[in-house]
Design a protein around this ligand. Structure first.
Ligand code: FAS
Ligand code: PHB
Length: 389
């Protein structure tokens, strides 16, 4: 088989890149080692920046998001049992869109199927070859048969545990990482949200987040120990712990119900540099991970793909490598700012196990400063709604 761009991974990054390239007449094949149903079954991000929404529009997959997504003009920060609103519209001039990653992925899958572009699901043991020359190749196995794809470029969109970043030659990539000593226990339920906007809660028992997918479907998170397994958390235990961390008004409004999904995600900050080795590029979680506190993971994937697709389109349309040569530096500039913000939100809001009394006083002072300073709120708002591309 031959294509122009071989994409590894059919998560949001791979599907979005594939859709943009296809719309510009650039042939591409996506290899995904899981089934489409498995990919759709993963419950992840919920908040879309306007800039990412614009990329989804450009890819022709923004219609349902614009119709069904919820526009949020602000968010709530809760500590000491009191809520404080951060007004995105007033402080940063725009809202965010609350729309589940699952739905974006579904929209991208449907658009790709309609375009006739090739996605190979359950493509196993992908291996990347000769990407330092001008004839890169990707090999994979499907139904006990071996296949090989010749291509011009390989886009590694295969997430943190994928094969692409691991395929960089030894010494050709540097990893920067911070692992947090706690996880997020997430629960999805067909119950009405406790408030119109998201509530980020700093509590002595641990962080909690009240989010949503619609007016009838809620998404909640509790900071939990990394020693916890999902089996340790019955629905009843989850709801009782969440009630302890909610303020009085939210506790009174909380509607509990059966979980339709429950999972624990570890939290880490991670960046790989550079994002390119000759004809192999990294985008999305293959290149970086952020703690979900700042709702940046999916949105960074969108900006990476925006930059990379621009470079590839310029290469095929004008024969210029300039955009591809700038990709890594351009993407990393925005990635590191999102890493900073996600780290700041995480250390501000979570119960930090190894914090001294001084650290805890400083954390509380940071919260008090945020809710009492317009300048501090403006900084949070401009980062939360998304810095410019
Ligand atoms: P993804 O990991 O989504 O997709 C990579 C794809 O590549 C997967 O489908 C995988 O099966 C495939 N793949 C892997 N190895 C392969 C191989 N060798 N061959 C072929 N295919 C391969 N972000 C937020 O903003 N908010 C959140 O609340 C949030 N929660 C998250 C919870 C979890 C458990 C995780 C892991 C991430 C979460 N994220 C969250 C971040 C998440 O939304 C990512 O940023 C987003 O999925 C990035 O998309 P991709 O880069 O496509 O990576
Ligand atoms: C979610 O709804 O899944 C969500 C929202 C905001 C975050 C993280 C996750 O910061």
């Amino acid at each position: 088989m031959r294509t122009q761009v071989a994409i590894i991974g059919a998560g949001p990054s791979g599907l979005l890149l594939g859709q943009l390239l296809t719309r510009h007449g650039i042939d591409n094949i996506i290899l995904e080692n899981r089934s489409a149903d498995y990919v759709l079954g993963r419950i992840r991000a919920g908040v879309i920046e306007q800039s990412a929404a614009d990329v989804f529009d450009e890819a022709g997959v923004g219609a349902r998001m614009r119709k069904e997504g919820l526009l949020h003009d602000g968010t709530q920060i809760c500590f000491d049992g009191r809520r404080h609103r951060i007004d995105f519209r007033a402080l940063a001039g725009k809202p965010v869109i609350v729309y589940g990653q699952t739905e974006i992925t579904r929209d991208l899958m449907e658009a790709r199927a309609a375009s006739g572009a090739t996605t190979v699901y359950e493509a196993l043991d992908a291996s990347l070859h000769d990407f330092s020359g001008d004839k890169p190749r990707v090999r994979y196995r499907k139904n006990d048969q071996d296949f090989e794809i010749e291509c011009d470029f390989i886009a590694g969109c295969d997430g943190f545990h994928g094969v692409s970043r691991q395929s960089f030659p030894a010494g050709a990539i540097r990893n920067f990482e911070r692992v947090y000593p706690f996880g997020w226990l997430g629960l999805l339920s067909d119950t009405p949200p406790v408030s119109e906007e998201l509530i980020y809660i700093h509590h002595e028992r641990g962080f909690a987040l009240c989010s949503m997918r619609s007016h009838t479907r809620s998404r909640y998170y509790l900071q939990c120990s990394l020693a916890d397994g999902v089996e340790d958390w019955s629905d009843d235990r989850f709801w009782e712990e969440l009630k302890r961390r909610l303020d009085d008004e939210a506790r009174a409004k909380l509607v509990t119900g059966r979980s339709i999904e429950k999972s624990i995600a570890p939290l880490r900050s991670f960046v790989a540099e550079p994002l390119r080795h000759d004809r192999l590029f990294l985008a999305g979680d293959a290149a970086h991970i952020v703690p979900p506190t700042g709702a940046k993971g999916l949105n960074l994937a969108a900006s990476d793909v925006h930059y990379l697709s621009e470079g590839l389109i310029e290469f095929y349309r004008k024969g210029s490598p300039a955009g591809l040569d700038r990709y890594s530096e351009r993407a990393l500039a925005r990635i590191w700012k999102a890493e900073r913000f996600s780290w700041w939100m995480t250390t501000l809001l979570h119960k930090l196990p190894d914090a001294s009394d001084f650290d805890r006083k400083l954390q509380h002072t940071e919260l008090e400063y945020l809710v009492s300073s317009e300048a501090a709120q403006k900084s949070m708002a401009e980062n939360y709604v998304g810095l410019p591309y």
